[in-house]
Design a protein around this ligand. Sequence first.
Ligand SMILES: Nc1ncnc2c1ncn2[C@@H]1O[C@H](COP(=O)(O)OP(=O)(O)OP(=O)(O)O)[C@@H](O)[C@H]1O
Length: 362
Amino acid sequence: MSSALLDVSDLEVAFDTRRGRVKAVDGLSFSLDKGEIIALVGESGCGKSVAVRSVLKLLPEQTARYEGGSITLEGKDLLKLDDRAMQKIRGRDVALIFQDPMSSLNPVLTIGKQIGEAIKRHQGGSRRQVAERTIDLLRRVGIPAPETRLKAYPHEFSGGMRQRVMIAMALSCNPRVILADEITTALDVTIQAQIIDLLKSLVADAGAAVVMITHDMGIVAGAAERVYVMYAGTVVETATTADLFAHPAMPYTWGLLRSIPSLERPVDEPLVPIEGLPPDVARLNGGCRFRPRCAYRRAICGQAEPPLAPTPDGVEGHLARCWGLDPDQGWLRDTDWTKDLGDPVAMAEISAAAAHVQDGKP
Ligand SMILES: Nc1ncnc2c1ncn2[C@@H]1O[C@H](COP(=O)(O)OP(=O)(O)OP(=O)(O)O)[C@@H](O)[C@H]1O
């Protein structure tokens, strides 16, 4: 058995919809160690949100079905727990933070009251203890003058400050795992960097671990130690962040890296988006999922799905799904496609964009 804090293995999640069964997560595996920050990254619709909500079994009961695999938290398979047991896991062991704090905060209650309720629910304590802990949490997430700010209402905070309040609420129970769903997407770049720094320092201080989901490779570069690139419900490449940025293996990852905005990019040079749209997950019919958008596809790509296999760079833990990386297919020798995609200018831009996030500069 894996010794990871959280281990998701071969997860299959489907929805019953009017169009029939939609497989939103299809053979997804990732794992998170104590004190680690990992990122699930991919375009809209690739299954990131469904994956993290599955960890807490927060999907709509009527339509969502967990069809296979396991989600193991410290040795316990969460998919086998009943509602009552899951209720204890939610908020206490695993906390979820969303993109839009305004919709998760109650507009008619003060921030102090809302954080206080969360503390009372998880830990109890006298009024005074709860108030002290609330102030302490607000201070920890960098809210100035917490003694007075706790009397303020959500609309009196800026977007970045509201996101800090959400993080404070998530921390109120000392969770071991924080699931962060696009938490910086609505914020400007400077505030994004501050929130990422906050998350990193909380992980370092409190020993929590974070699964962050994002479509932004710049955020990944600044925050995560390991990346799982998702496409159409599954992982198509995983590596340490440094390795992924230095040696992206499959064409989809290259595309994501090349679509990072950079201040160095001349204004007349557009971003290089990946042409086409992700496939309709209701209509996957075998073969490589990225095939319809891949400039390097061949016959084999339509015949069988490539396995998540070690990449030619030989770095341990760097895996990708691509027939083009399979020496038995002879493609690497025949077509020097990685050179074709990896012109040095593009890579310099990627590094520059990543450096901005890491420095916390806009
Ligand atoms: N409640 C639901 N009922 C039916 N289908 C759903 C439901 N929730 C998600 N899906 C489908 O599951 C797939 C994955 O969606 P998901 O929200 O996880 O993607 P995502 O990568 O998080 O995208 P985004 O960044 O836009 O949130 C999509 O095809 C979506 O339409």
